[in-house]
Write a protein that binds this ligand. Sequence first.
Ligand SMILES: C[S@@+](CC[C@H](N)C(=O)[O-])C[C@H]1O[C@@H](n2cnc3c(N)ncnc32)[C@H](O)[C@@H]1O
Ligand SMILES: [Zn+2]
Length: 289
Amino acid sequence: MDEEVLPWLRCPTCSGALDLRDSRCEAHGEIVAGGLHCGCGAVYPIRDGIADFLGRPRPPTIAQLTNELPATAWAYERLWRPFALTLLSGESFPYERELALVTEWVDAARGGLFVDVACSNGLYARALARAIRYAPGHVIGVDHALPMLREARQRARAARVRVSYLRASAQALPVASGAASGVTIGGSLNEIGDLDACLREVRRILTDDGRFVAMTLLTAQGAVGRAVQFAVSAGGIVFWSREELLQRFRAAGLYPQRDEQHGIVLFTLAFPSPQSERVPPKDGRRGTE
Ligand SMILES: C[S@@+](CC[C@H](N)C(=O)[O-])C[C@H]1O[C@@H](n2cnc3c(N)ncnc32)[C@H](O)[C@@H]1O
Ligand SMILES: [Zn+2]
């Protein structure tokens, strides 16, 4: 966790500001140990560079529990993630294409605070950190699975990018209201639990001109795809139609501006105010809503 992220952090219980105490820093400025103290009495420990806002509670679904396993965290970006979008979209979809789309849509190059929610090994978080390299700003990665965050931190260090990793719930982000220039969620809404509460949190932390970019899996059309989705739904993974998902975004105050579908993969850009009040994206293309 980086010291410059402190002004943006808030207690997820009472929204109070946090005071860093008993901290220990490494040479390059990362806070590796300490406690974040709130006036309400809550203390959130920082261990091995990761601030923990969750403590004991365990995730409720099988899919979420799977992500708590060190083996899943180890395998995620090694064995699954590089091929995931090509398999799910049915077309060639390497990292370069996906990460360019996400960082451009969220307009990371303008700087500010960017939050990658349910970040796993931090693929989007690292891409955001590279994209804001020349602007003032910072990237936070949030996940509720500690093994995922440990792996994410190692990967960020190896890539020499600065990302602050926080263990927290997507439904109670420890981030100040109106603080984030952008929020990304890559493939995680499908297993996030309470979707509407998560989307309301995203809306809460965005600045008025902030951007939300999500990559989400839609309901499959074919019989085989539907059968697979039915099987994994027992583990707590949920799929929506494009229309239903965008309606849930709107209900949370996130107005879809642009979206692109590849197979069952939907990329969405949403703004926290209706698009009529907004400047269109740089390429001038309007959304389909
Ligand atoms: C599909 S993976 C994320 C992939 C990652 N964003 C990427 O693009 O590589 C889902 C992640 O969401 C996390 N997660 C699921 N529900 C969550 C919640 N309610 N709060 C925080 N993290 C959650 C899991 O621990 C897991 O790491
Ligand atoms: Zn508090």
